[in-house]
Design a protein around this ligand. Structure first.
Ligand code: MN
Length: 370
């Protein structure tokens, strides 16, 4: 249906419009969302941009899919034009308007593909979309625990917002990244051997290169030079259990002395968005400060997919029951501010009243400093 409905349309790049719907749906599959969400991903621009009506979608695919498509269509009308003071309210509004987090997830998948293809869009529009992504959608993804997505969205927006800075970083960093990776490859065998001797089973080792956008923020915020950044490329160790995480930390510290103040236990004290890992920076081979990140597979999955990792729905609980559906696992881990938001929605059946209530900040326990 989507392919036919969009058949007369092309993207700015000249490719068939349906490619966009398809890519959006593929992303939702990658996040392992349920079938109605994936269908809605395919249909998300149909009601707005083609002759097919929401009624028709409801008739063919049922109320749940129509509800999701309608939600995404509504979000399409929320636009950010750069007043920073409004950014936080806008993020809340997006969540409130969505009524169901799956709508936000479709919107994020949609935005990701739009960002990947932003090069073909007219310059004026590029700037607006990139800014909105940087200020609204990337932070939203981050709050939902989707750190990887947040970073990717930021990095895609960065060259459009700060072209000169991006060029500079890109040229400066290219060699440095390679140099750091080569160095870490030299470190790896020593560490693996020590872990094996101590019977810690390593599931995966990879290198995490710091993203341009976060590197730039760090340089600017702390007035640093590139040589002062220790975590340009960090070694990431995925192990089996939480005990293994701490054992690995101990083994690393036995091999190389840690830098004071750089040991972070996000397992005992997760970040507000749910992120868990152990981080440490040590004076490694040749005395080079080097960052290690240690986590279990489950933490790794959650760091990549965030709320989507928890968002597995029970299948078919009768008609119109979809609004009451609850995640089938790890409900405790559901992010506090998301469940709070949902509670509030129950208290304020009137949409306007609910939006008013959002003006009271629900991050009462946290202080934000600009
Ligand atoms: Mn779209």
């Amino acid at each position: 249906l989507s392919k036919n409905a969009h058949s007369a349309q092309k993207r700015h790049s000249g490719e068939p419009y349906f490619n966009h719907s398809y890519e959006t749906a593929l992303k939702l599959i990658e996040w392992r969302l349920d079938a109605p969400t994936i269908i809605a991903g395919l249909l998300h621009d149909v009601a707005e941009d083609t002759p097919i009506s929401l009624e028709e979608i409801k008739k063919q695919f049922g109320e749940e899919v129509a509800f999701l498509v309608e939600g995404v269509t509504k979000l399409g009308h929320v636009k950010y034009r750069g007043q920073e003071a409004q950014a936080e309210n806008l993020r809340k509004m997006i969540l409130a308007l969505s009524k169901d987090l799956r709508v936000v997830l479709i919107k994020l998948a949609d935005r990701l593909h739009n960002m990947k293809t932003l090069g073909a869009v007219p310059p004026q529009k590029q700037k607006r979309i990139a800014l909105e992504t940087y200020e609204i959608y990337a932070p939203l993804a981050y709050r939902l625990g989707m750190q990887d997505l947040a970073g990717e969205l930021e990095d895609l927006a960065f060259p459009y917002l700060y072209p000169k800075e991006y060029q500079w970083l890109f040229h400066e960093m290219k060699d440095k990244y390679e140099e750091r990776e080569k160095y870490l490859k030299k470190v790896e065998p020593t560490l693996i051997q020590a872990l094996e001797e101590n019977k810690v089973k390593i599931i995966k080792v990879d290198y995490r290169a710091k993203r341009y956008s976060s590197l730039w923020r760090k340089l600017k915020r702390y007035d640093m030079t590139l040589d002062q950044i220790y975590d340009l490329v960090a070694m990431r160790l995925i192990v089996k259990t939480i005990e293994d995480c701490y054992a690995t930390l101990g083994i690393i510290h036995k091999l190389w002395p840690p830098l004071p103040g750089r040991i972070k236990d996000y397992i005992a004290l997760p970040k507000p968005n749910g992120y868990q890992s152990l981080h440490t920076t040590v004076f490694c081979i040749d005395n080079k400060p080097t960052e290690f990140q240690i986590r279990t597979e489950k933490m790794h999955e959650e760091a990549e997919n965030g709320i989507a990792a928890h968002w597995v729905y029970e299948q078919g609980k009768g008609e119109a029951g979809y609004l009451d559906k609850r995640p089938t696992f790890a409900p405790k881990k559901e992010l506090v501010w998301v469940s709070q938001l949902r509670e509030w929605q129950k208290e304020f059946p009137d949409a306007e009243e609910f939006l008013d209530s959002l003006k009271i900040d629900f991050f009462r326990d946290r202080i934000f400093v600009n």
